[in-house]
Design a protein around this ligand. Structure first.
Ligand SMILES: Nc1ncnc2c1ncn2[C@@H]1O[C@H](COP(=O)(O)OP(=O)(O)O)[C@@H](O)[C@H]1O
Ligand SMILES: [Mg+2]
Length: 240
């Protein structure tokens, strides 16, 4: 079942139209990957869909479970079930990880008792127990930030998860843990898009479908063998 459908998406950043007609469909319970060289617009796609004000959609459509996403403000997109794990998660001083997640889960309709039970379990699953009272991402290492983003995913159980380089700055053990959690989320029904320019994580979570972003468009797509081919031949081989 299609959870997210993106059609003919054009996005301007500053004075440059970075995305020039992206078409993409993500299915519930399926792991997809979006690969593309540095600067090809992978983060632009995630941030435009999230509603970041610097990323202006100049044409196209995005439907989440058939609902028009682009007419909604960012918090309504999240409430509708869109989740974005940032490539560079911001540090938010004065906001505790726990409070942030409690409010986010409440906005997604989870009761307080449910959260009280789920939160410690999730902290344990992501090996973040000692971060319970810490401020959101403040002073976290690169790998800790990535695990904290996965903690959000784990608790929020979104319909669609766009994970922007969840593998960057992550050591081998954390990579394995992140891969396991991503697989669990997909098994529970989330449509997952792993954004990466590096096939390392994909060896641990083989995607069912791989999209390649080049020159502002999806230049090719295929099965897991496409990620392997890219790791051998680079992105140029995908250019039509
Ligand atoms: N906030 C911004 N202001 C100006 N240019 C930007 C901004 N964000 C991205 N860009 C530009 O848009 C292009 C795509 O960037 P990005 O989406 O981050 O690529 P990727 O994630 O694939 O590495 C790059 O040329 C980048 O410099
Ligand atoms: Mg990026």
């Amino acid at each position: 079942m299609t959870a997210l459908a993106v059609r003919d998406l054009h996005v301007r950043v500053g004075d440059k139209v970075v995305l020039q007609g992206v078409d993409l469909e993500l299915s519930s319970g399926v792991i997809h990957a979006l690969m593309g060289p540095n600067g090809s617009g992978k983060s632009t796609l995630a941030l435009a869909l999230a509603g970041h004000p610097a990323y202006e959609v100049v044409r196209g459509q995005a439907l989440l479970d058939g609902q028009d996403l682009l007419s909604l403000p960012p918090h309504e997109r999240a409430r509708a079930g869109l989740f974005v794990a940032f490539q560079h998660p911001p540090e938010v001083e004065g906001v505790k990880l726990r409070e942030f997640l409690r409010l986010a889960c409440a906005a997604r309709g989870q009761g307080f008792c449910e959260f009280q039970k789920a939160f410690p379990q999730a902290l344990e699953r992501l090996h973040l127990t000692e971060f319970r009272e810490r401020e959101l991402h403040v002073g976290f290492s690169g790998g800790e930030k990535k695990r904290a983003e996965l903690l959000q995913l784990y608790l929020l159980r979104p319909r669609v998860a766009l994970l922007d380089e969840p593998d960057s700055g992550v050591d081998v053990d954390a990579l394995r843990l992140i891969a396991e959690v991503i697989r669990e989320m997909a098994e529970a029904g989330t449509a997952v898009l792993i954004i990466t320019h590096y096939p390392r994580l994909l060896e641990h979570v083989p995607p069912s479908k791989v999209f390649v972003l080049l020159d502002g468009r999806i230049a090719g797509w295929g099965g897991p063998e496409l990620a392997e081919r890219i790791s051998r031949e680079g992105f140029e081989g995908v250019r039509r």
